[in-house]
Design a protein around this ligand. Sequence first.
Ligand SMILES: *Cc1c(COP(=O)(O)O)cnc(C)c1O
Length: 410
Amino acid sequence: MMKSYRELSPSPRTIMTPGPVEVDPRVLRALSYPILGQFDPEFTALMNDTMEMLRSLFQTDNRWAYPIDGTSRSGIEAVLNSLIEPGDKVLVPIYGRFGNLLYEIAERCGAEVVALDKEWGEVFEPDEVIAAIGQEHPALVLMVHGETSTGRMQPLEAIGKACREQGILFVVDAVATIGGVPVETDAWCIDAVIGGTQKCLSVPSGMAPITYNDRAERKIAARKKVERGLLVPGDAVSGNRRPAIQSNYLDLSQLQDYWGPARLNHHTEMTSMLYGLREGLRILLVEGLEERFARHRRHEAALMAGLEAMGLTLYGNPACKLPVVTCVTIPEGVDGEAVRSMLLSSFGIEIASSFGVLKGKIWRIGTMGYSCSQKNVLHVLGALEAVLIRHGAALPAGEGLQAALAVYDA
Ligand SMILES: *Cc1c(COP(=O)(O)O)cnc(C)c1O
């Protein structure tokens, strides 16, 4: 006899991590709608809507703005695989874990990668990066906008302008920031941007919205490889002038033929995820970009006030704090993992630890998307206070919530 499995019923959680975060019920509903065929005009119209909404999100006039099917990392791999030719010199200024990821992927693409390292908890002075560009003359510069591992945010505009003047492609990982803080693709002269769904967009993990401009497209077009089975007699096949893009699944030249008017078959588009992304983007644009950024700032302020009033120390240089992630130094003598585990088991709240040298040293509290609300901020402050007292920390009880409420009252 077949074993009888329990019906799926995940516990409701308060998710205050840097992703994945809670999802708006309207997005969850969109995920359950009936499937449409991937060339059904009703579906291709939804694809076109999504591209239009992504242009607003990325603040760009770029022709190309569409999601890659896979997590944010698939978006990074698609962009880097398509834009980096073996032997290209690539400069990667690194100030946390995700900068190291860009370095690693660029290396796998066969680039000659030059790293520029910054101590964690800080970001680069734009002039430091511009000086390194002058010395190294790279073909591409890769940077993270919001470094979730350290809770820092890198100013990009001056670096983007320097790259544009020197004909260098500037690629930015804005996975953590898109939809939570301004990402001005065109104004900051960014040639390709990768966003994420499960962070400030509040859509489940599984897609990676990207955008790129004509400068990037020209490099991609020169590396285009045509799938033989799709040709009809008489089609002109222009051989690659440049080394072909290695990956088929993550080849932007083929993906844009599917997202563009040619509608050439590539993979089968993820119908349900696209419904979810489109609904998440619709909700975001109805809220308004400026209003959404202001909401993220307001709840960040309340959270920081509450944590500091509890006597906790925030980690990192405050001048470059990432608004959507707040890092807290774990107090001396407190077992950070025991605290996280009690928050989850007794209060249903999840906060994050960190990576590498910061593992066991800080907690990271996200205020992203649908999770970024007064209810959640007050809930996490109250619960953290109770759990810390339970773990022997001496705290001025009651102060944290009062300080946060004062921010909300102001
Ligand atoms: C979360 C994150 C990623 C990786 O995203 P996945 O969806 O897990 O692949 C990359 N870069 C940054 C800055 C992130 O915060």
